[in-house]
Design a protein around this ligand. Structure first.
Ligand SMILES: Nc1nc2c(c(=O)[nH]1)N[C@H]1C(S)=C(S)[C@@H](COP(=O)(O)O)O[C@H]1N2
Ligand SMILES: [Mo]
Length: 322
């Protein structure tokens, strides 16, 4: 795996995060029961020194993924990114000119360190890890994509959220001069998303900076986007410019636009239909078959990551909290 050129010098994490954050990470890791392979490298060492996972290992469960990957060609030309238009080809056609350098991120709300940070400073913890994960769109298609990124919780911990931080809210850039669809009220811009803080701290939640071993294409959310493997794709907010730690559940773009169709949690759930279509199966766009002939497969609860994340929702009625 190639080191992302935009990352700064490798700084030991111990200089950036406090000890309690370190301990919390160890607890999270233990809870995930990753194989010794992953644990051994991570314990008391600077993240910059952690060996990348072997090629082809799905860090979600530590096993080699047997699912065929989506072709880069498909993952980068069949997108949802409404700021650039509402058709699947609009993002790659219209996002090429988006200026992603320099980029800064505002960190606000209930945290000890807040302010405006250069992207390089937000990401200076380590080189990105590769995560081959499924992305399941609410429109019932899915892809298997090798992302490059940092665990979201590791990035958030360096801002030292306080005990009042119960949620994390994210916002996308909203620049009319660069994003043609912002002239239309398609969504209530800027695009917004959010996670409960324990979801955000889960090791599977990723801040992606790249895919397929290279920087993210603009249409896939450069320079920084969220990947929450167990949730519908719309949680994966692109081109993030603001992160806020909040006490209350934040508003999200799709929930504001159609609350009966898009809940805050958006956990992939074959038992809860979209008002206009079933969510029981998905078209898997992967391998060499043309998109039109993509195989239809049953959708799995939590997008196949139930063993890792179901405990986050123990006791919740997932039909109500969709
Ligand atoms: N800012 C922003 N982020 C967004 C969207 C969007 O319209 N705007 N679409 C979402 C939806 S519905 C999906 S399925 C994924 C698609 O990610 P991909 O294009 O990289 O496959 O991005 C999500 N992130
Ligand atoms: Mo989506």
């Amino acid at each position: 795996m190639r080191r992302d050129e935009r990352l700064g010098p490798r700084i030991p994490s111990s200089e950036i995060t406090d000890e309690s954050a370190w301990r919390r990470r160890d607890v999270l890791r233990a809870a995930l029961a990753l194989p010794a392979l992953a644990l051994a490298g991570c314990r008391e060492r600077a993240y910059g020194d952690v060996a990348p996972l072997p090629e082809g290992v799905d860090s979600a469960d530590g096993r080699r993924t047997t699912e065929p990957q989506t072709r880069f060609q498909d993952a980068s030309t069949y997108n949802n990114y409404y700021e650039f238009g509402t058709t699947k080809d609009a993002p790659w056609r219209n996002a090429q000119g988006l200026r992603t350098k320099p980029w800064s991120v505002v960190v606000a709300g209930h945290a000890e360190r807040t302010g405006t940070f250069a992207l390089e400073d937000v990401l200076r913890l380590a080189r990105p890890e590769e995560r081959i994960t499924r992305l399941r769109c609410v429109e019932a298609w899915s892809m298997v994509i090798p992302w490059l990124g940092l665990p979201l919780g590791r990035v958030l911990a360096q801002f030292r959220p306080t005990s009042r931080a119960k949620f994390v809210a994210f916002e996308t850039l909203a620049d009319e001069t660069q994003m043609p669809e912002l002239r239309n009220p398609t969504l209530d811009w800027p695009y917004r998303e959010g996670l409960r803080i324990d979801e955000a701290m889960h090791p599977l939640a990723l801040l992606a900076t790249g895919m397929y071993g290279r920087d993210l294409p603009n249409q896939n959310g450069a320079p920084l986007r969220l990947i929450v493997p167990w949730k519908y794709g719309f949680k994966g907010i692109k081109a993030i410019v603001r992160i806020e730690f909040t006490e209350d559940m934040p508003a999200t773009a799709w929930n504001r636009s159609a609350p009966d169709a898009y809940g805050f949690y958006a956990n992939v759930n074959p038992a809860v239909d979209h008002p206009n279509w079933s969510q029981r199966s998905e078209r898997r766009i992967a391998g060499s078959a043309a998109k039109l002939f993509a195989e239809r497969i049953p959708t799995r609860p939590f997008n196949g990551y139930a063993a890792q994340v179901a405990s986050l929702y123990a006791g919740m009625d997932l039909g109500r909290w969709f």
